[in-house]
Design a protein around this ligand. Structure first.
Ligand SMILES: *Cc1c(COP(=O)(O)O)cnc(C)c1O
Length: 357
């Protein structure tokens, strides 16, 4: 069975080497040696000043909204994974959707200003499939209206934009290290922030608000990642460049062989060094998509309708129309993409898609 993605499993002996360190230390969580080492490795690899790794990629979003949302309205994208919108609601803020750009698939920055009210506290946008939002434009708006900016960069490990890690943009950026993501710790995530004072608050927030064993700084939650998860991260880490270069080969194959006189794919924003995290194709209509998906499934190939549905259509949200996001959600399919996809399978995928158009 060929799925939309395939989790990278490091050689077992390399994982065991990391586990042996944990057994030797007799230390399982609360920021042990492996967690700190993984943080340092990621920081150096991405050229960052600060990072806090966490137990998943959703808690960082909740912490960011908790610290910056102020129970207000948060302008956000309807084209993301449900965690983006859910985090806003979970923290008792109100999501205000702004439609997306049909080429970049990120929030349409030109429509943000019209959605700002005196209750707006922040903008929470997603770098969809690792494609950066228009961060400059959003920053200017945020400065003009005194808003905070949070980026859900769950897809964006390894992406640079204008020669900087994408995690450097916004007041807070978050990432996911879930097993389906490019770099993973099984479950895990990270939070990035260049403001020292805010980063301290984030740190306390992710550890129950503890300030030492007896005192509390403020309200907190448990966002701590364990040594077991960090061990997986440390075992995967040395293979990152290979994971990315193998995925690039798949992307190059799709780019040169799919029939783009009919299909579309995401347009990468200029000055982006991408991470080859997802390969979305956009059909002319949903019927076309369903027909192709059926034939692929019959051949044991399982692409994913991602993101679907458009988040403004989730049943616990009051519906507002988002024509572009809804249209894209109905016609987009993410194709299998991993470090390990045989040429013969790629040929089959492309041939099924092209002949069914
Ligand atoms: C995966 C993902 C998340 C959630 O990350 P978890 O680690 O699964 O909690 C949030 N936002 C987006 C866009 C994602 O793809």
């Amino acid at each position: 069975m060929i799925n939309v993605t395939k989790t990278f499993f490091p050689p077992l002996d390399e994982y065991i080497v990391q586990l042996e360190r944990i057994w030797k230390n007799q230390w399982l969580t609360n920021r042990g040696e492996l967690v700190q080492e993984l943080e340092k490795k990621i920081k150096d690899y991405l050229g960052l000043n600060s990072i806090l790794i966490t137990n998943n990629g959703t808690i960082p979003l909740q912490i960011a909204v908790n610290l910056l949302g102020n129970k207000g309205e948060i302008i956000t994208t309807p084209f993301s994974y449900v965690a983006t919108t859910a985090s806003i609601l979970w923290e008792n803020c109100t999501p205000i959707f702004v439609d997306i750009n049909p080429e970049f698939l990120t929030i349409d920055e030109t429509k943000i200003e019209a959605a700002i009210t005196n209750k707006t506290s922040a903008i929470l946008a997603t770098h969809v499939f690792g494609n950066p939002c228009n961060v400059q434009y959003i920053e200017q708006l945020a400065t003009k209206y005194g808003l905070k900016v949070i980026y859900d960069a769950a897809h964006s490990f390894g992406v640079s934009y204008q020669n900087k890690s994408i995690f450097e943009f916004g007041d807070i950026s978050t990432c996911s290290f879930h097993a389906t993501k490019l770099f993973h710790t099984g479950e895990g995530g990270a939070i990035f922030c260049n403001d020292k004072v805010l980063m301290d608050k984030i740190y306390y927030s992710h550890n129950f608000g503890h300030n030492g064993p007896l005192e509390f700084h403020g309200l907190g939650i448990n966002g701590k990642i364990s040594e077991l998860q960090a061990a997986m991260g440390l075992a995967v880490f040395p293979h990152l460049d290979l994971i990315i270069s193998e995925r690039k080969k798949v992307v190059d194959y799709y780019n040169s062989n799919l029939n783009f006189s009919i299909l579309k794919t995401m347009v990468l924003r200029k000055n982006t060094i991408w991470n080859y995290s997802y390969y979305p194709i956009i059909f002319e209509n949903e019927t076309q998509l369903l027909k192709t998906q059926k034939v692929l499934n019959e051949n044991n190939i399982f692409p994913r309708r991602y993101f679907y549905p458009s988040l403004n259509k989730v049943n616990y949200i009051e519906y507002t129309e988002m024509p572009t996001s809804e249209g894209i959600a109905q016609t987009i399919l993410c194709l299998p993409l991993s470090h390990e996809l045989e040429y013969s399978i790629l040929e089959k995928i492309v041939s099924i898609i092209n002949t069914n158009l």
